[in-house]
Design a binder for this molecule. Structure first.
Ligand SMILES: Cc1ncc(COP(=O)(O)O)c(C=O)c1O
Length: 582
């Protein structure tokens, strides 16, 4: 059967003025700085812009291809296979109709960006804000969008804060100076109330999966008890309720990610499936032999293997951004990897193995300056950092429900609507079609085009409840709390004789991977388990990152906002007892 995509030709979009691009000033100054360090030409080439060779200045007008897409909509080179055949279509513009002019504006006073990827000194900020003095179990959290007197935490927006302020979440903000009461929060999580091997559970495997608040458990059981029915076939009351609940959950995900339209939210099984979706749609359509996909050395296997599979099918080449010995991406090397054959950059926002918070604003900005699309693997950032895909200008963003205190088996892919419209479906079946004949199938528009079969409706409902819960607490509040807990735990672990923390990036979130001299990692994890402490030992599905440090595995305690100082103390005591009893 032919690839009968019913997508309309890309509409000639409004030409965006360069100053509307959230990162333009950042990109220009960064590009100059990186270019001068890397010995590259100092002028960024924006596809379709005055510097790009052969670029027109009008909106895309190329002929519609057989499947309804516009060929040659971007000025980037159309790849040609060695046999001389035309390669895949150039991808749609990063911004539709992006015949951008590079106009420099001096907004440096608004966007104080320095190239140093380390960002602000978090400890100093904590100290200045008085969080240290107040202790971390009940900190008074400043209102996230009241910048007066607010400490400049990197994880609350950093250089992109002005852009983020343009797209504030519309609800769920904690009242100004609300108190973060971790003990009250812990009572919301039934799993945390149990004893394991006679000890209170200390759950420190949050990077793998998180525990669920009662509100999430109730929402899913309520759905099954009352509203269970198929969605989008609302011929009867229950089906209508189920459809409403499912689509309400999509709207909550939209709000959680700061997306413009809920049509940009595709439900998936999680981050892994979301990345595979992009590989099998964007990849199959727009990435051909000799084209390049840029990932980093610290990726989870979920952001490596799908690209390898694609590369095996298409002959595309994978390029890897190296990390330094703190576990930070080397941005100069990243800039050098970007070129005319680069079709996609796909990087983690936060490393699950090292905890590094990557400077994705810069990563996206540098890629967009060359017309390259960017996928952000948000599996580890969504639980800890307020996300706003519009402020970030991410083209795709993936996350998993089970890591943000929601059910397993549900997650989402955000994609800019003009991109999702341009992509072919990847799985066929019910729900994603408008019409099926043996001669031809007509597909739905996104997001349904990518949601073949009966979805995980209860999972989506539970995910919506998890988002409600996070908004109730306030993501900036929990981010500040978690960071103070990380700052509490780090020196305590560092003080343990023979212990080495793996991953010491200046910007870190919630992960404390380590090794301990003379103690195999599995032995440490078993010792913890006997004391009710749940911690993972292994490669954490990030073998290349481990191997950078000459390791095959680490022990990885990882924090969530329901952990407290007592949890950290139990971990530290267990390590001391292990060493003493050797
Ligand atoms: C950074 C990162 N990406 C992707 C994944 C895969 O997530 P999932 O298994 O929920 O699809 C994980 C899971 O640990 C992760 O940490």
């Amino acid at each position: 059967m032919s690839d009968a995509v019913t997508t309309e030709p890309l509409p000639p979009a409004e030409r965006p003025a360069i100053h509307e691009h959230p990162h333009t000033d950042v990109v220009v100054s960064l590009f100059r700085e990186i270019a001068s360090r890397a010995g590259m030409p100092a002028t960024p080439s924006i596809p379709g812009g005055p510097e790009s060779a052969g670029a027109g200045t009008s909106a895309p007008t190329g002929p519609a291809s057989a499947d309804g897409l516009v060929a040659g909509a971007v000025s980037g080179s159309q790849s040609v296979s060695p046999a001389g055949e035309s390669g895949p279509l150039s991808p749609p513009p990063v911004h539709p109709g992006s015949d951008l002019e590079l106009v420099e504006t001096d907004n440096s006073a608004d966007l104080p960006v320095s190239f140093d990827p380390r960002g602000p000194e978090v400890l100093k900020s904590l100290h200045e804000s008085g969080l240290e003095a107040k202790g971390i179990d009940a900190v008074s959290v400043p209102h996230p969008y009241d910048t007066s007197g607010q400490p400049d935490y990197y994880f609350l927006g950093g250089p992109m804060r002005p852009a983020a302020r343009d797209h504030p979440p519309t609800r769920g903000l904690p009242p100004p100076h609300a108190t973060f009461d971790v003990e009250a929060i812990r009572r919301d999580f039934p799993a945390l109330q149990q004893r394991i091997h006679g000890h209170p559970l200390v759950y420190l495997d949050n990077a793998a999966t998180t525990q669920k608040p009662q509100a999430v458990i109730d929402a899913t059981s309520h759905f099954y008890a009352r509203d269970n029915a198929p969605v989008h076939r609302a011929a009867y009351e229950l089906a209508e309720r189920a459809t409403t609940a499912f689509e309400n959950a999509r709207e909550k995900v939209r709000e959680f990610l700061g997306a413009k339209d809920k049509k940009e939210i595709v439900f998936t099984r999680g981050t892994t499936e979301a990345i595979n979706l992009v590989a099998n749609t964007f990849g199959r359509k727009f990435i051909g032999e000799g084209d390049e996909i840029v990932v980093s050395e610290l990726e989870h296997h979920a952001n490596i293997v799908p690209w390898q599979l694609l590369s095996g099918q298409t002959g595309a080449v994978i390029k890897v951004i190296p990390i330094n010995d703190r576990g930070e991406l080397i941005l100069e090397e990243y800039a050098k990897l970007l070129g005319p054959r680069t079709k996609l950059v796909s990087v983690a926002h936060v490393s699950n193995a090292l905890g590094t918070v990557n400077p994705i604003e810069q990563i996206i900005g540098l890629a967009h300056a060359q017309g390259i699309h960017v996928l952000i693997d948000g599996a580890q950032s969504a639980p800890h950092i307020p996300i706003n895909v519009q402020a970030l200008d991410a083209d795709f963003f993936a996350f998993s429900g089970h890591k943000i205190f929601g059910p397993t088996g549900i997650g989402a892919l955000y994609g800019k609507s003009h991109l999702l419209e341009a992509l072919p479906p990847w799985q066929g079946g019910g729900h994603m079609i408008k019409d099926v004949r043996f001669e031809k199938t007509v597909f739905q528009h996104p997001p349904e085009k990518f949601e073949a079969g009966t979805p995980d409706i209860a999972g989506a409902v539970g995910l919506g409840a998890a988002i409600d819960y996070l908004f109730k607490i306030g993501i900036p509040a929990l981010a500040a709390y978690e960071h103070s807990l990380l700052e509490y735990a780090t020196p305590l672990l560092q003080a343990i004789p023979g212990l080495k923390i793996i991953g010491t990036a200046a910007n870190k979130a919630s992960v404390l991977s380590f090794i301990l001299d003379g103690h195999p990692n599995e032995e440490i994890a078993k010792h913890f388990d006997r004391r009710g402490i749940a911690v993972r030992a292994g490669h954490h599905c990030a073998l290349p990152a481990q191997r950078h440090f000459g390791l095959e595995s680490t022990v990885r305690p990882s924090l969530a906002f329901y952990n407290n100082k007592a949890d950290v103390d139990a971990l530290v005591q267990a390590l001391h007892s292990l060493i003493k009893n050797k």
